[in-house]
Design a protein around this ligand. Sequence first.
Ligand code: AMP
Ligand code: MN
Ligand code: MN
Ligand code: MN
Length: 301
Amino acid sequence: MIAVLWPIVAVIIFTFFMPLMSELNIDLHSHTSISDGVLTPEQLLARASAQGVNVLALTDHDDVSGLVDARNAAKLHHVQLINGVEISVSWETQTLHIVGLGINPEATSLLNGLAGIREGRKDRAEKIATQLEKVGIHDALAGAWTYADNKQLIGRMHFARHIMALGICADTQTVFKRYMTRGKPGYVAHQWVALKEAVDWIRNSGGQAVLAHPGRYPLGTGKMRNLLAEFRTAGGEGIEVVTSNHTLDQRTRFTELAKQFSLLASRGSDFHSPEEKWRDLGRLPALPATCKPIWHNWKFE
Ligand code: AMP
Ligand code: MN
Ligand code: MN
Ligand code: MN
């Protein structure tokens, strides 16, 4: 009798308990062609679903105008969308990126602040083009704009795609290395907003501020600790412990720092394009078990 019932019991256990046991695939950092990604919001949500992502934050650089289309597409593809943004910040001599999660994309101070950053990007783009002219890359401003779907936002990636299309470099990472990073011909130092200001916009719109990809900043131990202390005091709540460019050592290091500075841990791919296999949607390790996730008190549908 038991032998006969066992398969039925197994099916019941599997059906009811497996979904509870399996973890959600949560990816809280991604881009569309509203900033410097290549997919539209609809295409991004379709890809997230195909990649098995259950919860996705769209975090375009300095612009939230992709969130309306993203929300409609999220319903269609059964992905839970978190309203997000990635704000460019200057801290000491560094450019930092602060991700806002759960923001209100209609909040006035946030919208005005982001509009100001986008104006600054246009000025910087003119300077970048002037410098590229000097190394023989002509009309780069017009060229870069052809790669910007959103005529309100231009960034270094649009220059990189243009330079790549000219056949000067094989991929955008090589363009960055040769032209677009500090000390290289197309690099322009730029004053973004202050850390506290960006955190305030996020918090005043109901969101949580997260320090993006901390392993990418060339900061020694002391400076990193100063940054985390200041970020926490400013109202920052989280840090990306798991992000596509982190090594295992960096995950361990930032797990420890998150604990020391009472920061919650986030997980995000920083997806920009299906061509960049190293930062694809949802393809990341789980958060280390000792981390407290930024989503620990979020309500999932
Ligand atoms: P921007 O905000 O205009 O200064 O551009 C920053 C963006 O450029 C980042 O969000 C990345 O998408 C891209 N980026 C920066 N550094 C690199 C790199 N070394 N290789 C490829 N993309 C990069
Ligand atoms: Mn980017
Ligand atoms: Mn970033
Ligand atoms: Mn990003």
